[in-house]
Design a protein around this ligand. Structure first.
Ligand code: ATR
Length: 279
């Protein structure tokens, strides 16, 4: 691509968005792959979301990452949605093509890549516990079930929500929804994913300690400086590994970048750079 032409414009839209690492990540991807793009931030409260998206594309913008709290509304804005966005009921990536807005969801794929490629965890035949039954849990369920685990349990503070979510995905695998007091305690899970927003309040969901064993990978979709409340808790219980969601963040970004630009960036240097920043 010619570097003398006007750069293609991308941004992340959310509320709040000032803390977003997406400009840093996509900036590194663009440099590494020699793509002539700019990547900014758009802060949009819910009442302005649709207007901001329309203005962005009308003024020549090419693609958006959509973050909290807009991912569900973005489904309605995308005229065409990828099957994985449809399944997640959420869109985290928008792109305009021939004046039509398309929507994708790269969150689940980002998690799977982080688990399998970066952390070397094989999902096939594993027992998985997902804590939480909100938008984040829904977004990862389809891709997780496609990887062929033996069993997936969804547990949530509001048990009905977990039962309902498990019912929606029942055709895709062996899964069950339940409340925190009904979690299977016979033996630890191979993988425990915290998909609640409790870490944002520095809280650990009150799930039984027996879910964590010395072979368990504990994974928090949330991320921050150092450990989250959940990864700290899992480590204190002797988990084999406890990881926060930085890897998923970088891998979902790479998936979005690929969808927009047709070029797959190398995520390793970005993961290394973030590790240095966030220790
Ligand atoms: P998201 O899109 O981040 O998933 P959400 O749809 O609001 O946001 O869902 C938040 C999830 O975190 C829910 O599973 C919520 O449990 P409830 O459905 O019972 O509300 C869970 N959650 C939030 N704070 C929590 C806490 N302190 N302890 C346990 N679960 C919590």
């Amino acid at each position: 691509m010619s570097q003398s032409s006007e750069p293609d414009r991308y941004a992340v839209i959310g509320y709040p968005v000032a803390h977003s690492w997406s400009p840093f990540i996509h900036g590194m991807f663009a440099k590494q792959t020699n793509q002539n793009i700019t990547y900014g931030r758009i802060e949009a409260p819910p009442e302005n979301f649709e207007r901001e998206v329309a203005a962005f594309f009308q003024t020549g913008g090419k693609g958006l990452n959509v973050t909290v709290p807009h991912k569900q509304v973005a489904v309605l804005i995308a005229r065409y949605r990828t099957p994985r966005a449809e399944m997640a009921g959420a869109v985290n990536t928008l792109m305009i093509q021939d004046e039509v807005i398309h929507g994708d969801n790269t969150d689940g794929a980002g998690l799977i890549t982080d688990l399998t490629q970066n952390l070397g965890f094989k999902l096939a035949d594993k027992r998985i516990l997902i804590i939480g039954a909100g938008g984040a849990a829904r977004g990862i369920l389809g891709p997780l079930l496609s990887a062929g685990p033996e069993y997936v349990e969804i547990t949530n503070r509001n048990a009905d929500r977990a039962v309902h979510l498990a019912g929606e995905f029942a055709a895709l695998g062996n899964l069950r929804g339940c409340g925190f007091d009904e979690v299977t305690e016979s033996r630890p899970f191979d993988l425990v994913i915290n998909a609640t927003s409790a870490s944002l309040q520095d809280l650990v969901p009150p799930v039984p300690r027996s879910i964590i064993g010395d072979e368990t990978l504990a994974y928090d979709l949330a991320y921050g400086k150092g450990d989250t409340a959940f990864t700290r808790w899992a480590k204190s219980l002797g988990a084999a590994r406890a990881e926060s969601g930085w890897g998923m963040l970088v891998e979902q970004a790479a998936e979005s970048f690929f969808w927009w630009r047709g070029v797959r960036p190398d995520t390793k240097p970005v993961l290394e750079a973030i590790k240095t920043h966030k220790k």
